[in-house]
Design a binder for this molecule. Structure first.
Ligand SMILES: N[C@@H](CC(=O)c1ccccc1NC=O)C(=O)O
Ligand SMILES: [Zn+2]
Ligand SMILES: [Zn+2]
Length: 206
């Protein structure tokens, strides 16, 4: 069956959140040195590339990655067209059928140059968390690095989604994905203390 990879590639020099740990991979123990194998080592932020947030990211008392329910990250998801919007609120979903849907991915296509970190991104409005929770949504994915404005310090949307039981998947790549229904798989690593985790996110048409 067809797999659509919606994960951003992890490579040295890739753009990261301003001031955050750069992504770095190197072969730290080469085949020539070890006599048998190349062994790589990684240095990266928990919010590198396509990733999920744990509530601990913005709430000291919040759940860590290991505590998240994996069922959230596997199952039917609806990709919604949100192109051309500066922000996304309940008004943008009024005429969208979310019956029986637990996962939504917003396709804004606003991150145009993937070699650079975006300066301005569409953010989620205060009324979205309560609205989505009422519709039965448990996971929201965005094709930008945050659900809040990049310069936000209060992280209002993160908190509002969390208070409404909605989990967050960020920086998915939806450029080649038509709006519609898919099966999503985007599993976090078993990071015991993690505030976030990179994922390999894929969609399969259903
Ligand atoms: N909220 C963003 C990340 C974020 O805010 C951030 C990531 C790394 C270093 C600093 C950050 N925010 C600083 O205010 C995210 O969830 O990925
Ligand atoms: Zn994050
Ligand atoms: Zn976030």
């Amino acid at each position: 069956m067809k797999i659509i990879d919606i994960s951003r590639r992890l490579e040295n020099g890739m753009p990261v959140w301003p001031g955050d740990t750069p992504f770095h991979y190197e072969v730290s123990w080469s085949k020539a040195e070890s006599g048998s194998v190349n062994v790589g080592s990684l240095s990266l932020s928990a919010h590198t590339g396509t990733h999920v947030d744990a509530p601990f990211h913005f709430d000291d008392a919040g759940k860590r990655i290991i505590e998240l329910d994996l069922e959230l990250y596997i199952g039917p998801a609806r990709v919604l067209d949100m192109t051309g919007k500066d922000s996304i609120g309940a008004k943008d979903l009024e005429n969208v059928d979310l019956e029986g849907i637990q996962r939504v991915l917003f396709r804004t296509l606003s991150w145009k140059n993937d070699a650079e970190f975006p300066e301005k991104i569409p953010h989620l409005e205060a009324d979205l968390g309560p609205f989505l929770a009422k519709s039965g949504i448990r996971l929201i994915g965005v094709d930008v690095p945050s659900v809040d404005p990049i310069d936000s310090k209060d992280l209002h949307a993160h908190h509002s989604l969390n208070e409404n039981g909605i989990h967050i998947l960020e920086s998915v790549l939806l450029d080649e994905v038509e709006p519609g229904d898919y099966e999503l798989i985007a599993l976090p690593l078993p990071l015991v203390e993690g505030d976030g985790s990179p994922v390999r996110a894929i969609l399969r048409p259903i």
